[in-house]
Design a protein around this ligand. Structure first.
Ligand SMILES: [Zn+2]
Length: 298
């Protein structure tokens, strides 16, 4: 299932320079009927360009209750896969750090933090008031607003966790710099479920990769993300591609692939994909669709 929200026709868009290196040079990486993705010619960061200009519109209209509640309509298989993915992420984190003050950036309804066992003091922030109302019911201390603009009552954290949220932000560079400021010495920054442009499906489907939709502003790859983290003062601990053992890996996906996607693949290689309406097509779950990076503040 793909999460999609309709964008109203009068919404204003803006062109932007590269957020990681400020370069104005880019090439068009993917063009669909509703979105254009460009790739920075200097550092390789891919961005939705132009993007929705009005942050309030994006935050209030696109991340409203419908955005969260449509996840409740996931099939049982999808819900089970989500829980297994959480478990794998908890294990990866606990190998690095066992407890402390953790801030989940883009915590939504707080389900990820809620399932985390151990000696954790839990905090969450999000641009969605609806999500935070539910998160607060789980005992999570919540903050409403953009992560990079919040002061968190001058608190510092042992772990800052950004799960499937960095690609939604307007400035990942500001978020990573702010995380560095807000972490205690040797604190951990976890960037997980980041949309990855360099996986097999990313390369094949580009703007139709499963991890991309119109709420996403950026697509990353490990080289670009590692480079920017190191430049900001982080040491990379490890890089993972969550897929095997999550429940998202299915023999059915592989068997159905030629049936469901042959028309798209044909059009893609003939470079006529924009002449056919593939608006609703999204690549299958696959190894490399998402990227997890764990880094330590130096
Ligand atoms: Zn760049």
């Amino acid at each position: 299932m793909r999460l999609t929200q309709e964008i109203e026709p009068n919404v204003e868009f803006e062109g932007i320079d590269c957020d990681f290196c400020s370069s104005k040079k880019y090439e068009v990486w993917a063009q669909s009927r509703s979105n254009r993705l460009t790739r920075c010619s200097d550092c390789g960061l891919i961005r939705t360009n132009p993007r929705i200009k009005d942050k309030d519109y994006k935050y209030k209209k696109l991340y409203d209750s419908a955005y969260f509640l449509q996840k409740n309509r996931f099939t049982k298989e999808e819900k089970d896969a989500r829980i297994k993915t959480y478990q794998k992420e908890y294990s990866s984190l606990f190998e690095i750090v066992k407890g402390g003050k953790i801030l989940d950036v883009g915590c939504g309804m707080g389900t990820f933090l809620c399932g985390m066992k151990g000696d954790w003091n839990k905090f969450g922030c999000d641009v969605s008031e609806f999500g935070l109302q539910t998160a607060a019911q789980f005992g999570i201390k919540t903050y409403l607003g953009e992560f990079e603009e919040l002061n968190f009552d001058i608190q510092k954290f042992d772990v800052i966790y950004m799960r499937a949220s960095l690609h939604h932000t307007y400035s990942p560079s500001k978020c990573i710099k702010r995380a560095h400021e807000l972490l205690n010495a040797n604190g951990i920054l976890a960037l997980t479920m980041c949309s990855n442009s360099d996986g097999v499906m990313g390369k094949l489907f580009r703007g139709h990769v499963k991890s991309y939709d119109q709420t996403v502003n950026y697509l990353f790859n490990s080289k670009t993300l590692r480079w920017f983290l190191e430049k900001t003062g982080f040491e990379i601990i490890c890089c993972e591609y969550p897929y095997f053992g999550t429940g998202y890996n299915s023999i059915r996906d592989i068997l159905q692939f030629p049936i469901l996607y042959s028309k798209y693949i044909y059009a893609r290689f003939k470079k006529i994909e924009n002449s056919i309406n593939f608006r609703d097509i999204a690549s299958p779950a696959f190894y490399g669709n998402y990227l997890n990076i764990y880094a330590r503040k130096k």
